[in-house]
Design a binder for this molecule. Structure first.
Ligand SMILES: *Cc1c(COP(=O)(O)O)cnc(C)c1O
Length: 706
């Protein structure tokens, strides 16, 4: 489809908006965001920042008004010039470093968190994938994203009156998503047959544009597929094990076929966690079919495969019983002349050989380059998979490449980005991965940074209210629940943010450990504390739901004075407001189970200091002045009581006094010092530019033989 035909009422002077609205580039370029806001602020808000949706609904008069406004047109011309240059420029960092004309890296992932208007993500793994695509575009790295698109929301949360999370089936409407169908040479939707299924399963493919990086998303909900097959891509991380395997066959093996159909020849394949690992099989099959011997084919595929492992939590690894694998793949192995036993053995975990085919083990053995997502995680993963690495198919070492976040996306664009540009120079994004760039943060006047922060905080609370209002308006929210959704939050109170999946090891109830002590903090008459919780429990995680219930009941409890809030349906939109709008970011998982964590990075680069246990990325960043560390680095059997005590003490003795001790100018200078230290030290090291450059040096360059 021609994008221009999509918006027949768009004045010709503004034709470029069609292409711009369909390229998520707009979302991380503040001038483009501003342009879209200027077009119509009300619909910008009402559509949750979705320009495709805006152009679909805006009356022709509004568009014509913009087309006559000199101020709008000036900005439009400037933005379009930048946009065209950015998406076509071939002389980026990557070309300068490695030379031109490399084959692309194909980045495969079950989820991509690029923007809230493209809801194909659940959490951190997807956010990372989204940030990687954006950064690859910024650096001119030839990358292609490949994943699935789902017909239903991952989890649509509705909290019952008793605080229990219900998972509502929520169909997703693709009408206003920034997506175009991929067409074949006859102008019909491209259909690609997925290997291994009998009767055949076909996918159709949608394309999103992330700057100059294309993102292809496959869907099985297409005519001609059997009903059960149509639901393969119904929900991210299908609950049923067999359906989960089928989903991963589509993602991995179907994905490789889609690349073929698109004429893409990948220089390297990057598997984001184990879900897409069956791509390896389909590549093996193709190489064997070319006439290579099995061992040769194995080495050939291996040499260009890259794998990122994301979790030390066993439940985070897919293990499929052998009979299930055989049910789907026996024919495939036979038809392709692949040695079934040999391949199945590549997925056997030496520590638990009966369990089945382990996708992480398979990916580790079949990838020439593997990485973990923080230094600490590399150690933990190294031990966890030590026996896999010593397998005779070649020792693979797990490199630490610590995650980073895409700063243009995550640093609040309306207030903090301009304040930074003023001090660090307009081109700070070009040198964001150099510590020198950030030294001048110290020179931002305390009062300025404090004002920026309080303005951001003032925009967070209405966002929370808007969500509560939508829930209320839906008609099936018990009135008593409304008190739990943040109605009583106060902008002058020290505010902690806790936003992450609700699951046991993340210990969302750590701060509830001693309720008396917590209530003293919450209800202090002159120096109160409030906490905003948000996050979803996985539908099958009963413990996670119980923890959420515990939090929600307290949120409604008058004894907590409305100073605990729970916000439903955590998503990227809310995340952007939270990481910039609370005062302190709380993270207290049970070490060593947090592989990296990225939300604390997002908060820190916004000057929202991290209050966290030394796990994941935090041991690499914490320097005693840029945030706070909870607890000792202990290996006690139950470290929770000690961690809780440490958390209360930090709040009581350090953070609350620092926040409420104001100078004559009503600025808490001591607290602002911590804010500045957080930005100055975290921004240069934990941004996605540093991370993707490291990928290029350690993984992509060698895999592409550059
Ligand atoms: C950043 C982010 C996450 C991941 O945060 P963690 O700290 O890794 O738990 C999850 N969900 C959303 C919406 C995010 O923006």
């Amino acid at each position: 489809m021609d994008i221009a035909e999509r918006f027949p009422h768009l004045p010709s002077r503004l034709q470029g908006l069609a292409e711009l609205s369909f390229n998520l580039w707009w979302s991380w370029n503040p001038e483009a965001r501003e342009l879209i806001r200027m077009l119509d602020i009300q619909s910008y808000r009402a559509t949750q920042h979705n320009p495709v949706h805006m152009l679909d609904i805006l009356p022709v008069e509004a568009l014509e008004r913009a087309a006559r406004s000199p101020a709008f047109l000036d900005r439009y011309d400037a933005v379009m010039a930048r946009f065209r240059k950015d998406v076509t420029d071939t002389d980026g960092w990557f070309t300068q470093r490695f030379g031109p004309s490399s084959l692309p890296v194909v980045y495969m992932s079950a989820e991509f968190g690029v923007h809230v208007s493209l809801p194909v993500y659940a959490g951190g793994l997807g956010m990372l994938a989204g940030d990687i695509l954006k950064e690859s575009s910024d650096l001119g790295l030839p990358m292609i994203g490949l994943g699935l698109i789902y017909t239903q929301a991952y989890v649509w949360q509705r909290i019952r009156e008793d605080g229990w999370q219900e998972d509502v089936e929520q169909q997703l409407d693709r009408t206003h998503n920034p997506l175009l169908p991929v067409l074949d040479e006859h102008g019909e939707p491209l259909r690609v047959r997925v290997p291994a299924f009998h009767p055949p399963v076909h996918v159709e493919v949608w394309q999103a544009a992330v700057g100059r990086v294309p993102l292809y998303l496959m869907c099985t909900d297409v005519e001609g597929n059997q009903p059960w097959d149509r639901t393969i891509t119904q929900r991210l991380y299908a609950k049923d094990l067999e359906q989960r395997l089928r989903q991963e066959i589509v993602l991995g093996m179907g994905g490789v076929r889609v690349l073929d159909a698109l004429g893409v020849s990948p220089g390297a394949l990057h598997l984001n966690d184990g879900h897409p690992a069956l791509a390896i099989l389909e590549r093996l099959r193709a190489v064997v079919e070319e006439g290579h011997a099995f061992q040769e084919a194995l080495e050939k595929v291996r040499s260009s495969t890259i794998f990122t492992t994301h979790t030390p939590v066993p439940a985070g690894t897919d293990v499929f019983p052998f009979p299930l694998i055989e049910k789907y793949l026996d024919h495939y192995f036979r038809d392709a002349g692949l040695d079934r036993d040999r391949i199945l053995s590549l997925g056997v975990n030496p520590k638990d050989p009966q369990a089945g085919f382990n996708m992480t083990v398979f990916a580790l053995r079949m990838s020439r380059f593997c990485n973990a997502v923080s230094k600490r995680h590399a150690q933990v993963a190294g031990e966890m998979w030590s026996e896999v690495r010593s397998d005779d198919s070649g020792a693979t070492s797990i490199e630490p490449i610590t995650n980073g976040v895409h700063l243009p996306t995550w640093i609040e664009p309306l207030r903090l980005q301009p304040a930074l540009a003023e001090r660090l120079g307009e081109d700070w994004k070009d040198t964001q991965d150099e510590p020198d760039t950030w030294q001048q943060v110290a020179d931002i006047p305390d009062g300025t940074l404090w004002r920026v922060h309080n303005d951001r905080k003032a925009t967070l609370l209405p966002q929370i209210d808007a969500r509560a209002r939508r829930a209320w308006q839906s008609g099936d929210v018990p009135a008593a629940n409304m008190m739990g959704f943040g109605a009583l939050l106060d902008p002058y109170t020290l505010t902690l943010g806790f936003a992450r999946r609700f699951t046991s090891y993340k210990r969302p109830d750590l701060i509830l450990h001693d309720m008396e002590r917590l209530q003293r903090l919450l209800t202090d008459p002159t120096r109160p504390v409030q906490i905003i919780f948000t996050g979803k429990a996985h539908p099958a995680d009963q413990d996670g739901k119980r923890l959420l219930q515990k939090v929600f009941r307290l949120a409604k409890d008058p004894a907590c004075a409305g100073r605990i809030a729970f916000v439903e349906n955590y998503d990227q939109h809310l995340a952007k407001y939270l990481v910039a709008g609370v005062d302190v970011w709380l993270n207290n998982p049970l070490p060593p189970l947090e592989a990296s964590g990225t939300s604390g990075m997002k908060a820190s680069v916004n000057g929202v200091p991290h209050l966290a246990v030394l796990d994941g990325w935090w041991p690499e960043a914490y320097d005693g002045a840029n945030g706070w560390a909870i607890g000792e680095d202990s290996s006690a059997d139950d470290r929770t009581p000690a961690d809780a005590d440490s958390l209360y003490r930090l709040l009581e003795e350090t953070i609350v006094p620092l926040y409420y001790e104001r100078g004559a100018d009503n600025v808490p200078h001591g607290f602002v010092q911590v804010m500045k230290a957080a930005i100055r030290t975290v921004a240069p090291a934990f941004n996605s530019r540093r991370m993707v450059k490291e990928y290029c040096e350690k993984l992509y360059g060698p895999a592409l033989r550059l």
